[in-house]
Design a protein around this ligand. Sequence first.
Ligand code: NDP
Length: 337
Amino acid sequence: NRQILLASRPSGAPVAENFNLVQSEKPTPEAGEVLLRTIYLSLDPYMRGRMNDAKSYADPVALNEVMVGGSVCRVEASRHEDYKQGDWVVAFGGWQDYSVAKGDELLKLDNNMANHSHALGVLGMPGLTAYMGLLDIGQPKAGETVVVAAATGAVGSLVGQIAKLQGCKVVGIAGGQSKCRYAVETLGFDYCLDHKSDDLAQQLAKVCSSGIDVYFENVGGKVFDAVMPLLNSCARVPLCGLISQYNATELPSGPDRLSLLMGMLLTKRIKMQGFIVFDDYGHRHGEFSQQMEKWLLAGQITYKEHVVDGLENSVSAFIGLLKGENFGKLVVRVGPD
Ligand code: NDP
């Protein structure tokens, strides 16, 4: 059983030495548990936070413990009446070949599902995040302007497409020309701007000529600086993530603009609301997946995965995720079906 452990805590961007690949015994399930073989491992930005020894909405990964992560697995051996060998499930198995879980902690998948890995993306946690963050907090209305960054990623690509289905004008922000082209030509966004260009703020002001009604925040930092002055009265800002800050070791330099932001929130009556997807919306997974399956079936939602082969490549893929090297939802193919 190969496992990737957290060997040390990063200061700034994670490096390969923060992880350790080890071999261990295959675990044995107790009564009520199942032994799972990982087929796909999901790599997600929140994992960077778990590497810090800091108080947050979830406990940090302890040193020399297996890195946590969502996974799609097959049941290898079952001591739970609802599961039999070969069943496909969504688990929180972590960065390893085999794991043991209690049967009632698993989500059963249709064994005949076309793409089981989609349960980690468009039909899973990132999909639920995009759907609830945009519709429940963002409350987009037809004709409004919606802006989303990390626009071709797991969450952003769905936010923009769902906003288009609501009749909104959608502006994406992404890293590089090829991601921007994909957002417009394949995802159907109205515009997509490269956050690496020097004049992002000017370009954004130009394409958002009637201001911004919904800004779905995935990134923070320079992108939020460009968005902030364009927010309309009564704009909504679902605060989903701040990936540009996850590797930061100190507050950004420059003048403190907190009072400027608070003044704007006040006078423009802007709603900015953070959310943690499973804590706030886990109970609405059924409603989301029903709608998303319909959209997928009707070809109204396009979904792209970035699949990396081999558990041993998880570390470099995860380091790359925090630098924009993934193009689509990042998953690791850990083992054969
Ligand atoms: P993505 O698939 O979008 O991958 C991350 C992307 O972030 C990169 O590809 C890159 O895209 C972008 N990025 C990385 N560094 C920077 C930077 N310094 N500046 C600007 N962009 C950067 O990830 P997800 O869709 O899984 O996650 C998107 C956001 O949603 C994250 O902030 C994540 O933490 C958050 N999230 C929050 C949840 C919640 O419950 N609140 C649940 C799930 C996700 P590019 O090349 O285009 O810049």
